[in-house]
Design a protein. Structure first.
Lengths: 288, 923
C-alpha cells in the first residue's frame, strides 16, 4: 500500500499527488513512469513521474482528471492509500549536453517536463521551457520551471497570459528566426505533441515526445501499448515512452487511443452516479 | 389552434430584413421572425416562459423606434420595418456577449483551432471542472456556442474570471456547476412561474449574483421536486443530468407516452447504442405543455434497463424457477389452460399495458377461455366513478381536457393530492390561479395545494359525503343553484333536494370537523364563480361509500351548471397511464369493448359474428371476487398480466393465500413482482419503450406508445404473447403482425374508437368519442345534452366509515401516494435516485399524537390494525390531522394496504382502502 502524503488541485482538473514510495524513488530516472491502481477493482493507468525524492522516499505525480481512474486518484486525501504503484517503468530519457534544448509541456505534461528540464540544465544545456494552456487560470508550476530553465515562455490559447497561441508557435518563431535549437522535448496530450512534432519536422530538429497510449501490464507482455515508430511496431512501455516525434505514426496512435472511448464514458457515468450515492447522498441526509 | 381560428385572428404585416412577413396579431417581433424562418439570437428567451428581455441578444432595429428594442418583448405591429442583422446590431451583440463571457470559460468558444480540435480528440476529456467547450457536457447543444457562432465573436478583450465555485451535487439526478451559469434566469423563472416550486432564486446582487437556494439550503430542503424543468431550459452546461451527462446527442429520439400516471405526458426518449439516455419533455406538447414530473423525467431508463428485468420465460419446478424457451413455456401454458376453460379461469389485466393488449386480453378470456371473469385494477381506484358517473351523466370519463383547467374561474380539489399523484395537473391549476381563479381544497392532510388555496376545508377522513352535501345545502338554501340548467338538462332534482334535509350545517360540522362558516364560504365561492371545475381522485373513490362520494360530486357539478361547457367539468383523475383505455377496451367483467353491456343480445351477436365464437352472457367476477373465488377454490387458473395484487389489493395476506391456492397461475410482467413469485409460469414482457401501441389518458386522449428499443433479452410485447398462447390453443382471430392491425379491429367494433387509426394519432392524440374518420374527437362531453340524455340527480345519505376508532384502536390509518414512487413501487423502486429521495415509507402523525404516545420523529413504530401489523418509521408533522396516521403504499416491506378492511362498496365492489382503525406502538 502506498500512502498519499499530499493531494492538491493545482488548477481546475490538474491534480498534484505526493506518494510514499521509497523503493521507486530510489531507482527513478528521468523519463520513467509508474503504473497505478487506485483500488482493488481499479484499472491500471500509466503516469509519468513529475518528481521524486530519494531521501524522503516519495514520488510526485501530476494527474489530469479526465475519466474514472483519474477522478478516483484526485479524490484521495492525505493519509489515504493507493492499492498499488508499480515502477519505475520504461526506458530513461537519453540525456546529454546538446546545447540549446526546448522543453514543451501542456496539461499534465507540464509535470513531466520539470525533472527533464532540471536534468538537462544540470548537464549544461541552455533550457527553454514553453508551457501551454488554453487560458491563464490553467497554467501551473511556472515558478518551479523558472528555477530550472534559462528562459520560460508562457503560451495561452486565448492570450490571457503571455504569448497568444500554442506551444509550437513561439518555437516555430524561434526556428524561423534562425535561432539554433538542438533538441526538443514535448510532453502532454497527443494532439499537442503531434502538432509540435509536425512543426519541427521541416527544421530537422530532433524532437522527442512522451507517448501515452493505452497500457495494461507495462512490462512488454500484453502489447496493448504498441505504437508504430519509423514503420516498426514498438511497445511504449519497454521501448519508450519517449520516441522520435518525426517517426511516430500519429494516425494509428490516435485511432488506437480512442478504441475504448465508449467504455470509458460508460464507466465514468456509472462512477459519477455511484459516487453521488457514497459521498453526496449521505451529506444531504439520504439514508441508504 | 385549428385553421379556422387562425383565419379569423387578425394578422399584421411587417417587413423583416426586407422580407414581407404576415404574423398573427399579438405575437412578439421575435416570434414573428421565428415563424418566418428568420433567426434572431436569444439566450434568456425560452418558448415556454413569459418574455423577460434580460440578455439583450435579441435586440433589433425598428424604423421610427428609438434605440434597439428587444424583439422578445416588443409586440409585432402593422407596417413595422425591422432589421435583425445590421453590422451595428452584431457589434452590440458581440459587446454584450463579451461581458457575459468574462465569467464563462470561453477559451474553446473563441479558439482558433476549433475545427482542428475535434478529429484529434484522443482522450475522453470528461473533466471534473468544465474549463472549455470540449470538456462540457453540453458541447454541441449549447445555445451560447450557437450565438457566439452567429455573431461571429472571435476575441474576448476582457479577462476571464473563474468563479471557483464547487460543483453542487445535492440532487440525485443532476449536477449544478454555476461556473458555467450566464444568469439568464430561465431556471429560476421556470421553477417559479411554471412549476410554482420556487426552489431556486437569484442570490446576492451585482457581481456576486448567482442562482441558488435561499440560505444555501439543499435543493430538497428548498422545496425542489426534482422535475428537471430547470435542467431542460438551461442554455449552457451549468445544469446537467448526471446519469447521461457525457452521452452527448442521442442517435435518435422517439416520442411516446409516459408510463406512469393518468396524465399521459408526451416524452421524447433519446436512444444511443440501444439504451435510453434521456426522457425529455417536448415543448408545447399536449396534454402536458412541455412539462413532466420527476418520475417521467428521471425515472424511465432506470427501470427499463434494470438488471432485474425478466429476460426469459420461467417455469416453476420443485419450487424454483427454471429458465425455458418460449416454445416450451407457450406449449406448457396452452396445454394446461385447455383444462380450465369456462368460469374456473380468470384473467387479471393491467392498466399499464396498451389498449391493443387489453383488447386482446379480454378477447382471449372471452373468446378462447369462454368466461367474462376479467378485470383490472380499476376496481381498486376508479370503479365508484364508473358506476356513479355512468348513472348521473351516462359516461364515467373525465368531461373536459386537462388544458381547460387553466381557463376556469373556480377549482374544487377533493380527495386528490394532485402534486404527488398527478404532478403536472397542479401546473394547470397554477395557471388558472395566476389568472385569478379561486381554489377550494378539501383534504384532511395539509397537501402542497393548500398553499394556493383560497379555502381549505380540513375534514375528517371519510366525511366527504357530508361535506359536499352540506355545501349543496347552502347552495340550494341560498338560491345559488343554476336553476335554468337544472330545469333544462337534469332530472330527479326534487328527490335529491329532499335528501339534503338530513344535512343541516350543525350536523355537517360535527361529522366533518369543519367550521360551518368555512363550508358556507366554500359553497358560495363554488356556486358563484363560473366556469368551475371539480377535480378528484382516489381519496374520493377508495371508500366503502366511494360511489356515494362520486354521486355527491356529480350532483354538485349539475347543481351549479358546471357540466358540458369549456373549462367547467368533472375530472375524476385516473391513477394509471392506461386505466381509461383498459376500461374502454372492456377488460371489465360486465362490459365488452366500448362499454357495450354483457347480456345485451344484439351486442353479443355483433361480437360473436366478429370473433366467430359463442360468448358467455353471464357477467363475470370483479377483481376482489376473483380473489375470493380463488380463495374458495372456485377459480382454479388465473392469468395475471402486469398486475401486482399482493401489494395493490387490500389485505395482503389474504391475497397471497388466495393466489397460493390456485392450480395454475401465469404471471406476465417485466419484473418478478411479489405476485409473480407465486406463479407457476412467468412470462417476460417488454416494457412500454419496447413496443408499439396506444394508451388512453385520463382526459380520454388516445395517444401513441412508440417502440424505441428492441425488447430486452428474450422478453416479448404482451400483445405478441397473448396472440401466441391463443394460437397455440387453436384459436383464430389472433393473427396480428403489428398493434395497428389490432386497432383496426377495435375501431370496427367500438363506437368511441371508430375513427381511430395510427396515422391519425401521429401528431397529437384524439379524445374519444371519435366514431368515424370525419370526427376529430370530442374534447368536451355532455355539451348540449348529457350522454344519457338528462343528467340525473341521485339522493345521497351519509354513512360513517366502517371502522371507527375505539379505545383499543384509537387512530385512523389512511393511505396515499408519494411524488417519488408509483403504485407498488415495482418500477420506481428500481430507480436509484427516486429511492434516494424517498428510501422508505414513513407513517405520518400529528405532533399531538406523537407527544401522547411519546414518539419522536424518525422512531420506529408498529402499526397494528384489527387484522395485522407492520413496522415503519414515523414522521411527525402538522400536515397530518390529530387522530390520523398517514402512510403511502409503495413499499412492499411496509405495505400500506396491509390488512385493510375486507369490506366492499355495495355497488362498485371497491374495498375500503382509505380508512382503517389502528394503534401505534413504539418498537
Amino acid at each position: 500500500m502506498f500512502k498519499v502524503l499530499i493531494s492538491d488541485q493545482l488548477v481546475p482538473n490538474i491534480h498534484f499527488l505526493k506518494i510514499e514510495a521509497p523503493e521507486i524513488a530510489k531507482k527513478a530516472l528521468v523519463g520513467n513512469f509508474v503504473v497505478v491502481m487506485v483500488d482493488e477493482v481499479g484499472e491500471r493507468i500509466p503516469l509519468s513521474l513529475a518528481d521524486w525524492d530519494t531521501e524522503e522516499g516519495t514520488i510526485t505525480l501530476v494527474v489530469m482528471q479526465v475519466g474514472t481512474s483519474s477522478r478516483k486518484l484526485a479524490g484521495l486525501k492525505p493519509g489515504d492509500y493507493l492499492f498499488s504503484v508499480a515502477g519505475p517503468l520504461g526506458l530513461a530519457s537519453h540525456l546529454d549536453n546538446f546545447g540549446t534544448v526546448a522543453c514543451l509541456g501542456g496539461c499534465y505534461g507540464i509535470g513531466a517536463i520539470f525533472p527533464l528540464a532540471r536534468s538537462l540544465k544540470k548537464l549544461g544545456n541552455k533550457v527553454i521551457s514553453i508551457i501551454e494552456a488554453r487560458s491563464k487560470n490553467l497554467l501551473y508550476w511556472r515558478d518551479k520551471l523558472e528555477q530550472v530553465s534559462d528562459e520560460i515562455i508562457l503560451v495561452t490559447g486565448d492570450g490571457s497570459s503571455g504569448y497568444k497561441g500554442w506551444a509550437y508557435d513561439p518555437l516555430k518563431e524561434m526556428l524561423e528566426e534562425g535561432k539554433k535549437i538542438d533538441r526538443v522535448y514535448a510532453h502532454g496530450c497527443t494532439f499537442m505533441i503531434r502538432l509540435i512534432s509536425e512543426a519541427t519536422k521541416s527544421f530537422k530538429v530532433k524532437t522527442l515526445v512522451g507517448l501515452n497510449p493505452i497500457m495494461v501490464d507495462a512490462t512488454g507482455m500484453c502489447g496493448v501499448c504498441r505504437v508504430s515508430v519509423g514503420g516498426e511496431s514498438k511497445f511504449a512501455c519497454v521501448d519508450g515512452p519517449e520516441f522520435d516525434g518525426h517517426e511516430v505514426d500519429w494516425d494509428i496512435l490516435a485511432a488506437r487511443k480512442t478504441v475504448y472511448l465508449e467504455e470509458e464514458l460508460r464507466s465514468l457515468q456509472r462512477f459519477e452516479c455511484q459516487q453521488w450515492y457514497f459521498e453526496e447522498a449521505k451529506a444531504i441526509g439520504v439514508k441508504l | 389552434m385549428n385553421t379556422d381560428t387562425v383565419k379569423k385572428t387578425k394578422t399584421v404585416n411587417l417587413t423583416i430584413n426586407g422580407q414581407q412577413v404576415v404574423a398573427r396579431k399579438g405575437i412578439t417581433v421575435l416570434l414573428a421572425a421565428k415563424e418566418a424562418g428568420i433567426y434572431i439570437p436569444t439566450l434568456c428567451y425560452h418558448p415556454i416562459l413569459p418574455p423577460y428581455g434580460g440578455c439583450r441578444m435579441c435586440i433589433v432595429e425598428i424604423e421610427k423606434m428609438r434605440g434597439f428594442p428587444t424583439s422578445c418583448t416588443t409586440p409585432a405591429e402593422d407596417n413595422m420595418i425591422i432589421k435583425t442583422d445590421t453590422p451595428q446590431l452584431q457589434e452590440l451583440r458581440r459587446n454584450i456577449l463579451e461581458l457575459i463571457l468574462t465569467e464563462h470559460p470561453h477559451s474553446c468558444l473563441i479558439c482558433d483551432r476549433k475545427e482542428q480540435c475535434k478529429p484529434y480528440h484522443t482522450c475522453i476529456q470528461k473533466v471534473a471542472v468544465t474549463t472549455g467547450c470540449t470538456m462540457c457536457p453540453k458541447n454541441g447543444r449549447c445555445e451560447l456556442q450557437k450565438v457566439v457562432d452567429y455573431v461571429g465573436l472571435k476575441k474576448v478583450s476582457l479577462p476571464y474570471t473563474y468563479r471557483k465555485l464547487p460543483v453542487l451535487r445535492d440532487s440525485p439526478f443532476f449536477d449544478r456547476d454555476y461556473n458555467l451559469c450566464i444568469l439568464c434566469g430561465r431556471c429560476v423563472r421556470v421553477c417559479q412561474e411554471i412549476r410554482g416550486a420556487g426552489a431556486i432564486t437569484f442570490t446576492y446582487r451585482g457581481p456576486r449574483a448567482l442562482v441558488g437556494t435561499a440560505f444555501d439550503y439543499t435543493l430538497k430542503e428548498a422545496g425542489c421536486q426534482s422535475c428537471g424543468a430547470c435542467v431542460d431550459v438551461c442554455p449552457t452546461g451549468a445544469l446537467a443530468e448526471r446519469a447521461v451527462k457525457w452521452e452527448g446527442i442521442p442517435d435518435y429520439a422517439v416520442t411516446t407516452t409516459c408510463p406512469y400516471c393518468g396524465v399521459g405526458c408526451q416524452l421524447n426518449l433519446g436512444v444511443k447504442r440501444d439504451r435510453i439516455i434521456g426522457s425529455l419533455p417536448i415543448t408545447g406538447s399536449i396534454p402536458n405543455r412541455g412539462q413532466v414530473c420527476v418520475k417521467g423525467r428521471f425515472g424511465i431508463a432506470g427501470f427499463v434497463h434494470h438488471s432485474e428485468r425478466l429476460a426469459a420465460p420461467l417455469i416453476k419446478r420443485d419450487g424454483r424457477f427454471v429458465e425455458v424457451s418460449w416454445d416450451t413455456a407457450l406449449d406448457f401454458i396452452a396445454e394446461k389452460l385447455q383444462g380450465y376453460k369456462g368460469d374456473q379461469f380468470a384473467l387479471i389485466s393491467s392498466a399499464k399495458i396498451t389498449n391493443e393488449e387489453n383488447y386482446l386480453a379480454q378477447k382471449f378470456a372471452r373468446a378462447v377461455m369462454g368466461t367474462n371473469n376479467i378485470d383490472h385494477c380499476t376496481r381498486s381506484c376508479y370503479s365508484p366513478s364508473e358506476v356513479a358517473l355512468n348513472q348521473a351523466f351516462g359516461s364515467s370519463a373525465v368531461t373536459n381536457p386537462l388544458t381547460d383547467i387553466s381557463d376556469t374561474a373556480c377549482i374544487l380539489v377533493v380527495g386528490s393530492n394532485t402534486h404527488t399523484s398527478h404532478p403536472v395537473v397542479p401546473l394547470e391549476i397554477k395557471r388558472a390561479k395566476d389568472k385569478g381563479a379561486k381554489l377550494i381544497v378539501v383534504n384532511p392532510r395539509e397537501i402542497k395545494l393548500c398553499q394556493w388555496a383560497d379555502v381549505w376545508l380540513r375534514n375528517f377522513p371519510g366525511s366527504d359525503v357530508a361535506l359536499l352535501m352540506g355545501m349543496m345545502r347552502v347552495i340550494v338554501d341560498e338560491g345559488l343553484a343554476d336553476f335554468a340548467f337544472l330545469e333544462e338538462r337534469c332530472e330527479n332534482f326534487e328527490s335529491f333536494k329532499a335528501s339534503l334535509k338530513d344535512f343541516n350545517l350543525d350536523f355537517v360540522e360535527k361529522v366533518t370537523g369543519v367550521n360551518k362558516i368555512m363550508i358556507e364560504k366554500a359553497a358560495r365561492l363554488f356556486a358563484t364563480q363560473k366556469p368551475a371545475n371539480i377535480i378528484y381522485a382516489a381519496g374520493i373513490t377508495q371508500h366503502i361509500h366511494g360511489t356515494d362520494n362520486v354521486f355527491a360530486i356529480a350532483n354538485l357539478a349539475m347543481l351549479t351548471g358546471n357540466v358540458g361547457n369549456p373549462s367547467s367539468g368533472v375530472y375524476p383523475l385516473r391513477g394509471q397511464n392506461n386505466l381509461q383505455g383498459a376500461c374502454d377496451m372492456g377488460t371489465l367483467p360486465n362490459f365488452l369493448p366500448g362499454y357495450q353491456k354483457i347480456g345485451d343480445l344484439d351486442i353479443q351477436k355483433k361480437f360473436e359474428t366478429a370473433w366467430g365464437i359463442k360468448l358467455s352472457p353471464l357477467t363475470g367476477l370483479t377483481l376482489p371476487e376473483i380473489l375470493d373465488a380463488a380463495y374458495k377454490n372456485n377459480i382454479k387458473a388465473v392469468y395475471l398480466i402486469g398486475e401486482n395484487p399482493v401489494l395493490s389489493e387490500s389485505d395482503t395476506g389474504y391475497v397471497t393465500e388466495a393466489l397460493k391456492k390456485l392450480d395454475f397461475l401465469i404471471a406476465q410482467d417485466i419484473f418478478l413482482s411479489e405476485s409473480s413469485q407465486l406463479a407457476h409460469v412467468v412470462l417476460p414482457a417488454a416494457s412500454f419503450a419496447e413496443k408499439d401501441g396506444t394508451s388512453t389518458n385520463t382526459e380520454r386522449r388516445i395517444q401513441r406508445v412508440r417502440k424505441a428499443l428492441e425488447p430486452i433479452g428474450n422478453s416479448r410485447p404482451d400483445w405478441w404473447i397473448i396472440c401466441e398462447i391463443a394460437k397455440k390453443m387453436g384459436a383464430s382471430g389472433f393473427n396480428f403482425s403489428h398493434p395497428s392491425e389490432i386497432m383496426q379491429e377495435i375501431a370496427s367494433l367500438t363506437h368511441e374508437y371508430g375513427g381511430i387509426t395510427y396515422q391519425r394519432l401521429e401528431d397529437i392524440g384524439l379524445q374519444w368519442p371519435c366514431p368515424d374518420n370525419d370526427s376529430n374527437g370530442t374534447p368536451i362531453l355532455h355539451v348540449n345534452t348529457f350522454v344519457r340524455g338528462k343528467g340525473r340527480f341521485t339522493p345521497v345519505s351519509y354513512q360513517p366509515p366502517p371502522e371507527l376508532p375505539d379505545k383499543e384502536y384509537p387512530l385512523i390509518l389512511t393511505a396515499g401516494r408519494s411524488l417519488y414512487h408509483y403504485d407498488t413501487g415495482t418500477l420506481t423502486r428500481k430507480v436509484l435516485g427516486l429511492n434516494a429521495l424517498e428510501p422508505e415509507a414513513a407513517a405520518e402523525i400529528n405532533p399531538a399524537d406523537a407527544h401522547k404516545l411519546k414518539i419522536n420523529d424518525g422512531d420506529m413504530v408498529k402499526i397494528i390494525s384489527r387484522r395485522g401489523q407492520v413496522s415503519t418509521r414515523t414522521k411527525v408533522t402538522e400536515a397530518c390531522l390529530p387522530g390520523v396516521v398517514y402512510m403511502n403504499f409503495h413499499f412492499s416491506e411496509t405495505a400500506g394496504n396491509f390488512r385493510t378492511d375486507q369490506k366492499f362498496d355495495r355497488v362498485s365492489k371497491i374495498s375500503e382502502f382509505e380508512i382503517c382503525a389502528v394503534r401505534l406502538e413504539k418498537v
